[in-house]
Design a protein around this ligand. Sequence first.
Ligand code: PAF
Length: 305
Amino acid sequence: MRITKTFFETRLVATGEVGFVPTMGFLHEGHLALIEAARAANETVIMSLFVNPLQFDRDGDLARYPRDLERDVELAAAAGADVVFAPELEEMYPGEQFTRVNVNRLSDEMEGPNRPGHFEGVATVVAKLLAGVQPDRSYFGRKDAQQLAIVKRMAADLSFPGSIIGVPIVRESDGLALSSRNVFLSSQEREEALALNRGLMAAADAAEQGVRRTSELVGAVHGEIGTESNLSVEYVTLASQDLVEPLDELDRPAFLALAAWSGKTRLIDNVHLDEANGGFVADRGGRLETTSVLYGPGGPGGGRG
Ligand code: PAF
């Protein structure tokens, strides 16, 4: 395992086809699944670890973001990464920056209006990482469905060589989608938050059984969440996978996505609905059989959980 600090060094140590996993660190099994997917298809696996200031839209969030390079290097190596590229701020943003990447339309809905500037920050840093690392394949989680769509479109529009690959969500054993933020949930909030997963799974069942009307699919999600009065829902939206266009009915590859607050913690989750055999099949993600590394001794949960 190598730890590199510059793009130059990172390109120098890579051989053969390169699989790339961009992260902001504090790894959980969702990240490890990306590394494993990269390991299975590439000679060199590079994971980047950079907490990108450009994409933080809420005061204090950047400062609070958990960081532990030693823990992340250990987890990344065990999952099969060859290189951890952990640049300093000066390598990523040397001097004043005059150029930003702005992906129009795809950020108009869902996370976009709720997180002003966020996707411009994501698209800019991902463009810089792809340009600097020059991977053959890059791996992004389906959990951030809108981010995945934006990165795919940006890579196509700006002619980045290499493919962008979406990897299914990893869920905790009770169905809660893995997120570093899960450790901030009290046990009551966590119990209530499970309604999000139940709602999405009910909608996934309905879609697989032939329900096409968005109002019915969204209604299935609200049917579960409605029983948990402490959850405050920002949106439940059915959108196309490529352009993130809200749909009146399920008539193309789509994702049903939501964001909700449980106490002071904002959670997002989704199911992707992929076309298969003339119908739709739901990608519900996988479930852990054991407790997440997030709750291990070095995790932000510090053994809670
Ligand atoms: O998904 C993330 O962790 C970040 O948005 C990414 C893609 C690493 C860019 O900073």
